[in-house]
Design a protein around this ligand. Structure first.
Ligand SMILES: *Cc1c(COP(=O)(O)O)cnc(C)c1O
Length: 424
């Protein structure tokens, strides 16, 4: 259902008509087949048929910008690489299969997904967004979407009913992230989807933190699921890319049209790398989670730590919701260190294996200081209200050996918070 997206326009490049019938049917059949398999099998096989010309098991990177036509308008499904590219399409099919959606669209970044989605709303209208949304999304809504006459209301959605008073007659989309960043608060996707649809709007869920392995928002009622592929899906901190997945053909057509018009497409090389990364998503996510759980429990036991935030801990206020709507808790752990900013600063400087850097979701462990790094552009007042305090540290727990990670955290805590009796 797409009641509120305006400005529907036919896709310029309706490619499938010109595919030879038999070919198209085989593809459709493959889709059906693939979706019956488990996650790991889908990650490795969806969109990954061997190259029909050479038999290459890994299809080559398709760098060509243009594609031969046998007669005017007759082609094999591709015309010009901005509107469609075989390598990109393989990746899109794979992510769609993992999110249990029909259509996948790959973008040049997660931010390009946001920009294209907002652009597809046309002029005017209203967005309701969770209040601690990703910083770049907040910036886009408040500084760029406004130029399109679009206003955004930010709401604390821990209680889904809070959304009711935020709706306006012209609310077109609701934008949710769960867990949020960096305080890992959860939003009940099913409840928000119901309220959003009652209002006749569509629900977008940014699923970057959970990855399709742990959470499938489309199954919980979302209309569009988006990811910064830069994080877990690619998983190796060497590609900036985004993706959107939907089951709605109208939304798919509209996003494709706008994406093609705006040129917000990823390169074939990045699509290929991201596809390679995605094939091990299930294996990586299991290890991220196992390590994150061990790190969270370790921190919880330390008297040098004030509190730990991880949805997998029984102490997380929404632990039950996490168990209900997701298949796991992910690899992100935040904690408040004793001693304020100075301790946080010393801790981050003393880490040896964890790298002090922004971003997340790669195989290597990263640590950062949200208040002064990822969330520095947010006013202090808002930051404090969101719980982004000066002693908050965010960890993206990688898949290194857990013993080494725990030793690294221990030695950095020892430097940052000396064992003075008055601190115990
Ligand atoms: C990184 C991120 C984005 C933006 O993605 P880019 O690929 O950096 O443009 C959006 N949402 C979340 C939750 C992110 O972590």
């Amino acid at each position: 259902m797409t009641p509120n997206i305006t400005d529907s326009a036919p896709a310029e490049d309706a490619t499938n008509e010109s595919l030879p019938n038999g070919f198209h049917q085989i593809e459709e059949h493959n889709h059906e087949q693939i979706r019956k398999y488990g996650f790991g099998t889908r990650a490795i096989h969806a969109g990954q048929q061997p190259d029909p010309h050479t038999g290459a098991v890994i299809p080559p990177i398709s760098l060509s910008t243009t594609f031969q036509q046998s007669s005017i308008g007759m082609h094999k499904g591709f015309e010009y690489s901005r509107s469609g590219n075989p390598t990109r399409q393989s990746f899109e099919e794979a992510v769609a299969a993992l999110e249990k959606g029909k259509y996948g669209l790959a973008f040049s970044s997660g931010s390009a997904v946001t920009a294209t989605l907002v652009s597809s709303l046309g002029f005017g209208g209203h967005i309701v967004s969770v209040n601690d949304v990703y910083g770049g999304t907040y910036r886009y809504f408040t500084k760029v979407a406004v130029n399109q006459g679009i206003e955004t209301t930010f709401v604390d959605l821990i209680d889904p009913n809070n959304i009711k008073s935020a709706f306006r007659t012209n609310t077109k989309i609701v934008w949710v992230e769960t867990p949020t960043n960096p305080t890992l608060r959860l939003v009940d996707i099913r409840a928000i989807a119901r309220l959003t649809h009652l209002h006749g709007a569509i629900l977008v869920v940014d699923n970057t933190f959970m990855s399709p392995y742990f959470q499938n928002p489309l199954e919980l009622g979302a209309d569009i699921v988006v990811h910064s592929v830069t994080k877990y899906i690619n998983g190796h901190s060497d590609v900036v890319m985004g993706v959107a997945v939907t089951n709605d053909p109208e939304i798919n057509e509209k996003l494709r049209f706008h994406q093609n018009s705006m040129g917000a497409v990823p390169s074939a090389f990045d699509s290929w790398l991201a596809n390679r990364g995605l094939k091990t998503l299930h294996v990586r996510m299991r290890q991220h989670q196992e390590n994150a759980m061990a790190v969270a429990r370790f921190l919880e036991k330390s008297y040098k730590v004030e509190s730990v935030i991880y949805p997998g801990l029984e102490s997380h206020p929404q632990h039950n919701l996490a168990k209900k709507q997701a298949k796991g808790f992910g690899g992100m752990v935040s904690f408040r260190i004793k001693g304020g900013f100075d301790s946080a600063n010393k801790f981050l400087q003393s880490l040896k294996l964890f790298t002090l850097a922004e971003s997340l979701g790669g195989v290597e462990s990263l640590a950062e200081h949200p208040a002064r790094m990822t969330h520095a552009s947010i006013s202090e007042e808002v930051r404090i209200a969101l719980g982004v305090t000066d002693n908050l540290v965010r960890l993206s727990v990688g898949i290194e050996d857990i013993e080494d990670l725990l030793l690294d955290i221990q030695q950095a805590l020892d430097v940052a918070v000396p064992s003075l009796p008055n601190l115990i």
